[in-house]
Write a protein that binds this ligand. Sequence first.
Ligand code: NAP
Length: 279
Amino acid sequence: MTPQKIYGLVGFPVKHSLSPAMHNAAFAALKINAEYKLFELKPQELEGFFKAAAKNNIFGLNVTVPYKEQVIPFLSKLSEAAKLTGAVNTVKVSDAGLEGFNTDGEGFIKHLKEGLRFDPAGKAIALIGAGGAAKAVSVYLCRENPQYLSIFDVDKEKSVNLSRHLKENFQNLDIKAVDSIQGLNIGASDLLINATPIGMKEQDPCLVDEKLIHSGLLVYDLIYNPKETRLLKTAELKGAKTANGLGMLLYQGAAAFEVWTNQKAPVEIMRKALVSALG
Ligand code: NAP
């Protein structure tokens, strides 16, 4: 009998991750002899862990905060999406070496277009946050030719850097970093995205003045726990369409699964496992 293949998530902390439930359900459904584990690593453990991955029967890894960029020097090859976002959330371990991918943006856009039936082409988009997740999401949004993309982050340098990076890669698009939530022009937007951690804690405020939210808006919060942030609750009350980040988590996981196994991911089984793990 061939030994069980190991997959897993590398990050710090990782113990609350829903990924084991999602991937182990997929392995079971397709009768793949594999287990998805959690690897909570300190920065100094990272290099040794990746160097020994193949030897330890590891075939694939997800990477999360704070290592999505730090892992890059240990990889032999990067996908186009990983190069463009400068971050890796999926690693394939094979005889060819360690190959890095980024499926976060792909997961987001797939959920947006297929799950929510929202086509970003020609749409006005407001993005709050310019960190790792915002970068992955915005690269994929720009590939869809939106009318414009405005970005606000409390750290102005980050939003300016992200907007510069996007403009270098998508020269014909109208992309700008703005100084405030008001500057996002949410009243005229079709899609509002929260890519900050604000909303994860019970006491977090609503990120956006409710007067700015309108019924023509799709409000997409990348947070999935809690299922409904204050922003989403407010948006719903104002008649806007809403979505949390569970769909993005699901589709990025499905894309990673396909990278590792070359098999079609059992998306509905993975969705059910995620929903039940969330409680
Ligand atoms: P990150 O790298 O820390 O980026 C968050 C950014 O938001 C930072 O630049 C932060 O600035 C900024 N920020 C904080 N408060 C803000 C505010 N009130 N207004 C504007 N900007 C603000 O985090 P990340 O990895 O991108 O993750 C962001 C969120 O997405 C998290 O909630 C994460 O759980 C979620 N996420 C979801 C998925 C999914 O699959 N659904 C995937 C990835 C991430 P400072 O650094 O100065 O605070």
